[in-house]
Design a protein around this ligand. Structure first.
Ligand code: HEC
Ligand code: HEC
Length: 212
């Protein structure tokens, strides 16, 4: 009878710390900026937009408490990058996730299946997996490297490159092939060594990355 708005919103599961997702527009905007700068949408759907390699965070936000989501961002699994956020940053990120989810119409979708154990060794593992890792919806987690970028969602609009010259932040298949064979043809300062690879193997790597 005396339920507050947050109790109504999440059936009593939402604690005060995360209850301002509806009212604190400044905090929500700060969270939105962090989510955008971190390119979470390479792997997750958030609000109306995003990839499908990992959990749909609208569904997660509807299903779990703020604490639960917080724990997942703080102590990440193998294929989610550790963003090293402060407590304050995680709080606003979660406010944004809750806010974004609350605005989405509930849709019935196929159940999400998480594959987070490394799959059998394929072309990506062989040629790239020592330095990189990634997760795809169909292929699951691939690679074990931590010293170079997590390549999940590489060929989608959600991946924002840190090496492509200004004005072209997104990868295409053609540029990626050039990069793999000779990174310095794309960026003179590239650190990644050229990968010695046949065209057939290169096609397999691209297939692994696009998750098809
Ligand atoms: C490289 C891919 C990748 C990126 C980028 C990524 N995540 Fe994740 N995230 C995962 C994976 C994998 C899981 C484990 C669950 C799954 O397989 O979907 C996960 C789980 C989560 C969960 C728990 C979901 C649940 O239902 O248990 C939250 C919350 C989350 N991520 C938030 C974020 C946020 C916020 C960002 C950006 C700051 C982010 N993630 C970026 C891959 C990613
Ligand atoms: C010996 C380690 C190593 C191997 C093997 C390797 N990479 Fe890299 N890769 C790097 C490093 C280091 C970077 C960081 C960017 C740079 O080169 O300046 C990088 C960057 C990248 C980027 C740019 C990411 C961005 O921000 O746009 C892509 C794409 C990439 N690698 C793809 C691949 C693919 C595909 C393979 C396998 C065919 C591969 N790499 C193999 C070390 C490696």
């Amino acid at each position: 009878m005396r339920s507050s708005r947050e109790n109504v919103a999440h059936a009593g599961l939402l604690t005060a710390k995360y209850s301002a997702f509806y009212t604190d527009k400044k905090a929500v905007a700060a969270g939105e900026k962090i989510v955008s700068d971190s390119a979470c949408r390479r792997c997750h759907n958030i609000g109306a937009d995003g990839g499908t390699a990992a959990a749909d965070l609208n569904a997660s936000a509807m299903k779990y408490t703020g604490e639960y989501l917080d724990g997942k961002i703080k102590n990440v699994n193998e294929y989610m990058p550790d963003f090293h956020f402060t407590d304050g940053e995680r709080r606003v990120v979660i406010l944004y996730l809750l806010n974004a989810a609350s605005k989405q119409p509930k849709k019935v979708s196929e159940p999400y299946v998480a594959y987070i154990t490394p799959s059998k060794k394929g072309a990506f593992e062989k040629h790239c997996g020592g330095c990189h890792r990634m997760i795809t919806r169909i292929g699951g987690g691939k690679g074990t490297g931590n010293e170079a970028a997590n390549l999940s969602g590489l060929l989608t609009e959600y991946f924002v490159s840190s090496v492509l010259p200004v004005g072209g932040k997104h990868w295409t298949e053609k540029r990626l092939k050039e990069w793999i064979k000779n990174p310095r043809s794309i960026n003179k300062l590239a650190v990644m060594p050229p990968v010695r690879i046949t065209d057939a193997e290169l096609d397999k790597v691209i297939k692994d990355i696009s998750g098809k």
